[in-house]
Write a protein that binds this ligand. Structure first.
Ligand SMILES: O=C(CO)COP(=O)(O)O
Length: 138
């Protein structure tokens, strides 16, 4: 599976801790991340990550583009709900595209834990059945 990993500054250490805890699972998958998050994952967890731009410089939009191209299966985005972001519209757009394309998205540890354990148990295999993954069009 292709997994995007993103965290705002005040949530980065929590994401690093989370990925470290589940490293044996994450290392079985193809990882993508926004710039600063990706550097920390590589340096501090030792996982290989394809780094995109930093969030404020367009990284969230690049992740969104991958979703629109059906090139991403899961998003773990530890958002900071207490700090205004200069690129808030990009954050909103990314989360919106997750809903448009029915991409599982975790914005905190509680949800991420369930999704990553589910991923490891094969609960996301439906994503590989392309016919079931259509866009939101009701
Ligand atoms: O701002 C971000 C997500 O909106 C994350 O970007 P960085 O990983 O470059 O800090």
């Amino acid at each position: 599976m292709k997994i995007a990993l993103i965290a705002h500054d005040h949530r980065k250490q929590s994401l690093i801790n989370f990925i470290t805890a589940y490293k044996p699972i994450f290392q079985q998958h193809e990882l993508f991340a926004t710039g600063t998050t990706g550097k920390r994952i590589m340096d501090e967890v030792g996982l290989e990550v394809t780094r995109l731009q930093s969030g404020p410089l367009g990284g969230d939009q690049q992740i969104g583009a991958k979703i629109a191209e059906d090139d991403l299966d899961l998003v773990v985005f530890f958002r900071d709900p207490l700090t205004a972001q200069p690129h808030e519209p990009d954050v909103t757009a990314l989360l919106r595209l997750c809903d448009v394309y029915r991409i599982p998205v975790a914005t905190n540890e509680a949800t991420a834990e369930i999704i990553i354990r589910g991923l490891n148990s094969g609960w996301l295999e439906w994503r590989t059945i392309k016919e079931s993954v259509g866009i939101y069009n009701e």
